[in-house]
Every structure is written in C-alpha cells, then in structure tokens.
Ligand binder design. Structure first.
Ligand SMILES: Cc1cc2nc3c(=O)[nH]c(=O)nc-3n(C[C@H](O)[C@H](O)[C@H](O)COP(=O)(O)OP(=O)(O)OC[C@H]3O[C@@H](n4cnc5c(N)ncnc54)[C@H](O)[C@@H]3O)c2cc1C
Length: 286
C-alpha cells in the first residue's frame, strides 16, 4: 500500500503484469508493434472500450531491479528518483485463447529522446516489459456521427475505434502523420472517410496540420449527433477544444478530447503539469 500522507488516503498499489516480448514488427515508418504475452498476462483483464491503455514501468538498469516492482520498498531504499518511470500506451489489440493472452502495443519511434520510444525500437523477442492497467473509457457510440482525429500517438486508439464500429457508422477520421510511409491500412466502415494529412517530417508546432484538417471537416447539421475522439499533442488539443467547444458549440459530453503528450516534455513533466494551468485542456478544470 502507498502510505497515507497529509490529506492523501492510502491507495492500493496498482497490480503489475510482467510480459514477454513475443514479436516486434515495423508496421510503418514510425510505428513499431510489440506483441506481448506469456504467463504474466494471465491476470490481464481487458476493458470493454476501444481506448484502453496501460502504463509501462521503466526501472533504472543501474539499480538491478526485477519486475514486478515493489514501489514502496524501492522508494524507501532508493528515494523517489529510484522509482520506475511510467509511460502510457494504448492497447491496440487483445487476443485471448486457451494458450493465454497476447496484446499488441504500437509505439511511435520519435527519435533518440525518451525511454519508451527507443526501448520499443530496440526490443527483441524475449525482452521483458512490466506495466499496470488497463484504464480507458471511450467506445464509439453506435449511430453517432464520428469525428476521430489525432497524430501518430493516437493512431493506435483511433485504429481500434474504427475497427470496433459497426458497418453502418458514419464520420471522418483525420490522421496527422509524418509522411506517406506512416499511412496504415485501417479497417473502417465504408461511411467513415479516412483523411491522412502529412507533415513532411517530425512533429513540430509548425509542421502539424491536424487543426487545419479538423477545421476543414464539414460537420453534419445535427451537431447533437456528433461524437468526437480527439487526442494528440497538448497545444493542438487546446486549439481543437477551443474550436470544437468554443466555435462550434459542441458539449464537453460529446467529446473524448485529451493530450497524449506535450512537445518538448518527457511524460513525467507532462503528467505533473496536468495539475497546473498549462496542463489543462479545458479551462474550467484549472
Ligand atoms: C492515454 C494515452 C495513450 C497513448 N497511447 C500511445 C500509443 O499507443 N502509442 C504511442 O506511441 N504513444 C502513445 N501515447 C503517448 C506516449 O505516452 C508519449 O508519447 C510518451 O511521452 C512517450 O514516451 P517516451 O519515453 O518515448 O518519450 P518521453 O521521455 O516522454 O519524451 C521525450 C521527448 O520526446 C518527445 N515525444 C514524446 N512523444 C512523442 C511523439 N509521439 N512524437 C514526437 N515527439 C514525442 C517529448 O516531447 C520529449 O521531448 C499515449 C498517451 C496517453 C496519455
């Protein structure tokens, strides 16, 4: 248990799964899919949503720790700097059979910076991955008009949402990617148009074309029927919240809209900033 602090009740440690990398597949220029499995996934309980996500734990190799991690014991022995660092990833697919559970996770390979991206790019079968979760709460509402939008980090969750839709669903999915080598062959209902927009390179505030492409989507006249799943870089998410809520008048309840990462921030800082004004996507939360 996490110790109770002033104003903070003790909360049970989140259970961890210790999985083995079964396969690594480059599914596009900047996405690597790791298939994880092994007996450590027997306790994995998938959620009935399309945006389920897990939090990988990366321990400092110098500490020689073996997962699952006793976070309180690590904190007591090595201080908070020794506690494994968390990185959040969508679960692209879950396969359950008598032989066990396998999951696919698609990692953006965004360069040398960071922990999870470089780790995934170098992972080979037999490597061990430890994570907690899943969390998540979005699933496409049948019969809605769907707006899906995001950059590569949201592509796995958008792909899972499209795959989870019935054949009669309608809408538009806007996918902001580096270039033509990042397009995926997505399974989507015929009535959901896929619009790939290419930045022509790495994501920067200047290269992203997501906002412009979402603004170009013609929403249906009956705005009440719209449901949006919009995720990606933080500042773009703020702009899209301002557009969808402020300019178009959508209700917050019609949106699943959040930041998945922030330009120039490692996830630790990005998560910590959620408690500060800069990290709030909806001003009323500030
Ligand atoms: C609910 C949820 C689901 C997510 N699902 C996925 C997923 O399925 N696949 C996925 O790849 N990511 C996903 N993300 C985003 C992922 O958690 C972040 O991109 C994370 O920062 C990556 O960790 P890292 O160790 O590679 O880089 P960090 O150490 O966190 O960051 C290092 C540097 O890389 C930059 N950076 C981080 N991510 C990106 C990126 N995507 N593109 C360009 N630069 C980046 C940072 O701004 C920073 O400058 C998800 C996030 C959330 C909250």
């Amino acid at each position: 248990m996490r110790p109770a602090g002033p104003g903070r009740p003790a909360r049970p440690a989140r259970p961890q799964q210790v999985a083995t990398v079964l396969a690594s597949t480059r599914i596009s220029e900047h996405l690597v899919r790791l298939t994880l499995g092994g007996p450590g996934l027997d306790g994995f309980e998938p959620k009935d949503v399309t945006d389920q996500y897990v939090k990988f734990l990366f321990a400092d190799p110098a500490l020689g720790l073996t997962p699952p991690y006793d976070l309180d014991a690590i904190r007591a022995q090595h201080g908070s700097e020794g506690v494994p660092v968390r990185r959040t990833y969508s679960v692209r697919a879950v396969r359950r059979s008598e032989a066990g559970t396998e999951i696919d996770v698609d990692f953006v390979v965004h360069g040398e910076d960071g922990l999870a991206g470089p780790w995934a790019a170098a992972a080979v079968p037999g490597d061990v991955a430890c994570f907690s979760g899943p969390g998540g709460k979005y699933a496409p509402e049948p019969g809605a008009w769907h707006l899906l939008a995001g950059d590569e980090a949201a592509l796995p969750a958008i792909a899972a949402a499209l795959e989870g839709m019935g054949p009669g669903e309608r809408g538009v999915a806007v996918l902001d990617v580096a270039g033509p080598g990042d397009r995926l062959d997505l399974a989507a209902p015929a009535g959901v148009e896929l619009r790939w927009v290419e930045r022509g390179g790495a994501w920067t505030p200047a290269s992203s074309r997501l906002e412009e492409a979402v603004r170009a989507v013609e929403l249906p006249e009956n705005l009440a029927g719209v449901r949006a799943f919009v995720h990606g870089e933080r500042e773009t998410m703020k702009s899209l919240r301002a557009y969808l809520v402020g300019e178009r008048g959508l209700e917050r309840s019609q949106l699943s809209l959040s930041a998945y990462w922030a330009y120039g921030r490692a996830e630790d800082t990005f998560q910590a900033e959620k408690r500060e004004p800069i990290g709030k996507i909806f001003p009323e939360d500030a």
